[in-house]
Design a protein around this ligand. Structure first.
Ligand SMILES: [Zn+2]
Length: 307
């Protein structure tokens, strides 16, 4: 009876205390949007900049305020521009089980010297949704341990390649292998470019088909399937190091930013600003993740049963 714990848990939770538990908060798109606004206000923040430090402090403070334990992964990355200091921010929400699900985004903005790039969507939108998810999910006991990971250095410092870009996620996998905790990570969900007011999430081709399928099922249940593209397309993003390590991972990304082409016209331009985003899109993605979490828990159990 794989489903039994899904049904039993909420009933047990209701009957345990003498008074009613406070209702779990709902995903508040206005709060998510406020985080994106703060992100943009910090200005461009490629790795190693003073602005990046300020964003790191903001992220850590928000995660701690939600009740999470925060760990910083500081590391030195070899880049085409020389060695650079980078920092992943990890918010830990301990669950009933050590088995962990990674919910992640990147918080660096791409380095451009010829124009101001604030990355409202490319960086900011994922951060806003993830911080709000941390607040919502920390308000009630979780079965899986949840790791909210904010990667540095997703963007290439020069031209994207196997050695330029995905610095933070590559480091996360490496250090997890070295320190022996990577085996506890059973799945990963990456959010990137999720705020476009014309939200058109890809059926991303490098994603684990099973995990992507769970999100598509949730979208149908919530009648949000219209926010998924009908086409499949493959994007190199922070889910790739997880996939290479054999961890199921999905990239929720809308790469047609500003038009139906990929990439859209606002991608990696000065046009990636707050006015291109909508609360509705942030809300859709937040609710999709919340709706899919129980199915991911079940997926992780089934995978564990097969080991
Ligand atoms: Zn980018």
């Amino acid at each position: 009876m794989l489903l039994s714990w899904l049904v039993v848990l909420p009933l047990a939770a209701q009957s345990a205390p003498t008074t009613l538990l406070p209702a779990a908060p709902r995903f508040d798109a206005a709060r998510a949007y406020e985080h994106v606004k703060r992100f943009v206000d910090f200005g461009p923040h490629p790795p190693g900049t003073a602005a990046s430090r300020r964003v790191q402090e903001y992220l850590a403070k928000q995660l701690e305020a939600a009740g999470l334990r925060v760990e910083l992964q500081r590391f030195t990355a070899a880049t085409p521009l020389g060695e650079m200091e980078m920092t992943n921010i990890v918010g830990i929400l301990a669950g009933e089980e050590p088995a962990a699900l990674v919910l992640a985004c990147h918080y660096d903005t791409k380095l451009f010297s010829t124009f101001t790039f604030v990355g409202a969507n490319d960086g900011g939108s994922g951060v806003g949704v993830l911080l709000e998810l941390a607040r919502v999910l920390a308000a009630k006991p979780q079965r899986l341990t949840l790791l909210f990971v904010f990667f540095d250095g997703e963007e290439a410092l020069r031209d994207f390649s196997s050695v330029d870009g995905l610095y933070g996620s590559r480091h996360f996998i490496e250090v997890g292998e070295e320190e022996g905790w990577l085996a506890a990570i059973k799945a990963a969900v990456i959010l990137d470019l999720v705020g476009d007011r014309d939200l058109n999430l890809l059926r991303e081709g490098f994603s684990s088909p099973a995990l992507l399928g769970l999100f598509l099922e949730s979208a149908r249940r919530l009648r949000l399937e219209g926010f998924f593209s009908s086409r499949e397309s493959s994007i190199q993003d922070d889910h790739l190091p997880f996939r290479r390590a054999g961890i199921p991972a999905v990239d929720l990304i809308d790469f047609s930013y500003g038009a139906a082409t990929e990439p859209g016209p606002f991608w990696h331009t000065a046009e990636d600003t707050l006015d291109k985003l909508s609360l509705k899109s942030l809300k859709v993605v937040g609710e999709l993740v919340l709706e899919t979490l129980p199915a991911i828990e079940l997926f992780v159990r089934q995978e564990a049963g097969r080991e």
